[in-house]
Design a protein around this ligand. Structure first.
Ligand code: ATP
Length: 259
């Protein structure tokens, strides 16, 4: 059973998040004729992600996986098309007002804040935490295996511990779209599997929709029934992970061979 602190902020009914109406089963994500620009690189995306789905994002280095997530988060301009959440367009909505969290592989923590403060930002950006907030924060740190390390600074943690602290903050943000860009690349296989299972469990409890960039087919198989293949500036529509990996198209086969 999850600890009560997680259940206490899981959605039990439809609610509003950043002005978007979110159903109890999460949100749908639609990229409609989307074209994103990252310097001279362009990425196209035209697909739908079903409500509350867990989706891996895979493809060769430089294909555009990070650009896709950065574009959805509003960090890259759309030169054409649009992104909709539950049918509502995100046109002009700044990154901070989008009901989503994007977790990168690195650079997720503020070096001048302790682990507890970094995690606490997921609850209140001004860090004025109530005693209930503090209990949630501490439970989140326990969940990711950082009990007793709240007073440390990021520079005093291992790479894996830093990624777990960032995960605690992302989970505390409790946004209906959770996007992870290779967040556990610094972890060994056993710990990575643990973190993936934790993400999967909390995603299910929160009813969030998940997009996760990974280079590991095993990660996709473990928690993502659907996969978006991104290659040469095109994000393909999500397909069943098992079906895709069982009979990959030539570009994916080449990529998996290299991995
Ligand atoms: N800030 C930038 N300015 C210009 N071009 C960029 C910038 N960031 C990335 N690119 C280019 O955009 C393309 C897609 O990069 P992106 O990081 O989205 O790929 P990726 O699939 O996530 O790769 P990887 O698996 O190596 O992280 C690459 O050709 C990259 O060189």
């Amino acid at each position: 059973m999850p600890p009560p602190v997680w259940r206490s902020y899981c959605w039990r009914s439809a609610r509003r998040c950043s002005g978007f109406l979110i159903g109890e089963d999460g949100l749908t994500l639609d990229c409609e004729g989307l074209r994103l620009r990252n310097g001279s690189f362009e990425l196209t995306a035209d697909f739908s992600v079903p409500q509350g789905a867990s989706v891996a994002v895979m493809g060769p280095s430089g294909g555009g996986k990070s650009s896709l997530l950065a574009g959805l988060a509003g960090f890259l301009p759309a030169v054409a098309g649009r992104v909709c959440l539950n049918g509502a367009p995100l046109d002009g909505v700044p990154p901070g007002d989008r009901p989503m969290t994007l977790l990168f592989q690195e650079h997720n923590l503020f070096p001048h804040l302790t682990v507890a403060q970094n995690a606490g930002l997921g609850l209140r950006p001004d860090l004025k935490l109530s005693s209930e907030d503090k209990a949630r924060r501490d439970a989140a740190l326990d969940e990711v295996g950082l009990s007793g390390l709240g007073a440390r600074y990021p520079s005093d943690l291992s790479g894996g511990q830093r990624s777990r602290a960032a995960l605690a903050r992302a989970l505390l943000r409790d946004r209906p779209l959770l996007m992870l860009d290779e967040p556990f690349a610094a972890l060994g296989p056993a710990l990575r599997a643990d973190m993936l299972d934790l993400v999967a469990r909390i995603r299910a409890e929160q009813g969030a929709t998940l997009l996760m960039v990974t280079h590991h087919p095993a990660d996709a198989r473990r928690i993502a029934p659907l996969t978006i293949f991104v290659d040469e500036g095109r994000a393909h529509a999500p397909v069943e992970t098992e079906v895709l990996l069982a009979d990959p198209p030539p570009a994916l086969k080449r990529y998996l061979g290299e991995v």
